[in-house]
Design a protein around this ligand. Structure first.
Ligand code: FAD
Length: 320
């Protein structure tokens, strides 16, 4: 009856956000009086898998099929179904990211399970199985009660602080007989973005908007990001104008970030932009217009010209 949680890894390392998902599963397991079985798909070292014990997993179910090193939504679903069946699990957790969003609805349909996508809280068991999630692009919260016997949850990354404890998970091999269609999509090429902090994992983000005037000024954003060890992002018009690559665009039609610190430079703060960043723990806005709407969402604001403020801020961080 353990809680099942899908673990993601890249280049031999478990992703930080997956430790969060395991810790979240452990919290639910504790509340419901059960244990956590983490499901690892593809190639990963034993020591990495054992480390999941430090976040509350008692057991790792390892499906050691190298084809699973890349996302195959159907195959991932089959593997999770096999794991859930083996463990008699009623609660299955994945991350609210590309992998989780591809797998969770499939699981939900196959198991006739209620799904909460983008969970922001542990379930409130005193009132059923009620979980908080954001709706209307983060403008409101919904409290969703899952009433089905089996429950599927995707956890919004960067929602909870990680707390490492002593522990070592045991590893068990899980054999899954995949169907013909499970690997129906062939991954021909993977283009990794080199040398940058992936935005989805960045704890600090420096982001620029149209107020940066043009790509020739982006060195100011990059210098600050480098000093802080931050990822870089941008508003949609900036990506549309090809000042920055599209994978940096955040907002309703772009990526979602939930860093500890989001510094928005020369961005007006339109609702469509805020939709992708309003989960940030602290927001700092630099804008020359004191009436810019972004100031209403900011924890700290600097009114002034980005071209003057950014070099001074970068220098201050350097000397800190
Ligand atoms: P602007 O609105 O032009 O704002 C520039 C800001 O820079 C202004 O506040 C100005 O005061 C300030 N500024 C100018 N010069 C300086 C300076 N020297 N120093 C400091 N500040 C300065 N947008 C997104 O970002 N992400 C989305 O996902 C997204 N999706 C959308 C989906 C739909 C369906 C629609 C209709 C729109 C979407 N948009 C999205 C666009 C959104 O509505 C805004 O138009 C956009 O976010 C504005 O980008 P911006 O703030 O960079 O530019």
């Amino acid at each position: 009856m353990s809680v099942i949680v899908l673990v993601e890894h890249t280049e031999g390392n478990i992703k930080k956000k997956s430790f969060e998902a395991v810790q979240y599963a452990a919290g639910i397991a504790q509340k419901t009086g059960t244990t956590v079985s983490a499901v690892v798909l593809g190639t990963l070292s034993n020591s990495e898998m054992e480390s999941l014990g430090q976040y509350g997993a008692q057991k790792v179910l390892h499906v050691a099929d190298a084809r699973l090193d890349e996302l195959h939504a159907r195959a991932y679903t089959s593997a999770l179904l096999a794991a859930a069946q083996k463990e008699g699990s009623k609660i299955i957790i994945a991350l609210h990211d590309i992998n989780g969003r591809a797998v969770a609805p499939r699981l939900s349909a196959k198991l006739k399970a209620g799904l909460v996508a983008g969970a922001l809280s542990y379930p409130d068991l005193d009132n059923g199985f009620v979980i908080k999630k954001a709706v209307f692009s983060g403008k409101a919260f919904a409290f969703v009660n899952i009433t089905s016997d089996v429950k599927v949850i995707t956890l919004m990354p960067n929602t909870f602080q990680l707390n490492k404890v002593e522990g070592k998970a045991t590893i068990e091999k899980l054999d899954v007989s995949f169907g013909d269609k499970d690997f129906g999509i062939k991954v021909k090429e993977v283009n990794k973005i080199k040398g940058e902090i992936p935005l989805a994992d960045a704890q600090l983000v420096v982001s620029g908007g149209r107020g940066m005037k043009g790509p020739e000024n982006w060195g100011l954003i990059e210098s600050l990001a480098k000093e802080l060890g931050a990822g870089t992002a941008c508003s949609r018009p900036v990506a549309d104008a090809h000042w920055r690559p599209h994978h940096e665009h955040v907002g309703q039609t772009g990526g979602t970030v939930r860093p500890n610190l989001y510094i928005a430079v020369g961005i007006s703060g339109a609702i469509q932009h805020l939709a992708g960043v309003n989960g940030s723990k602290t927001i700092v806005v630099i804008n020359k217009d004191p009436e810019a709407p972004f100031f209403k969402a900011a924890n700290y604001g600097v009114v002034g010209d980005a071209m003057e403020i950014l070099p001074r801020l970068t220098e201050a961080v350097k000397n800190f």
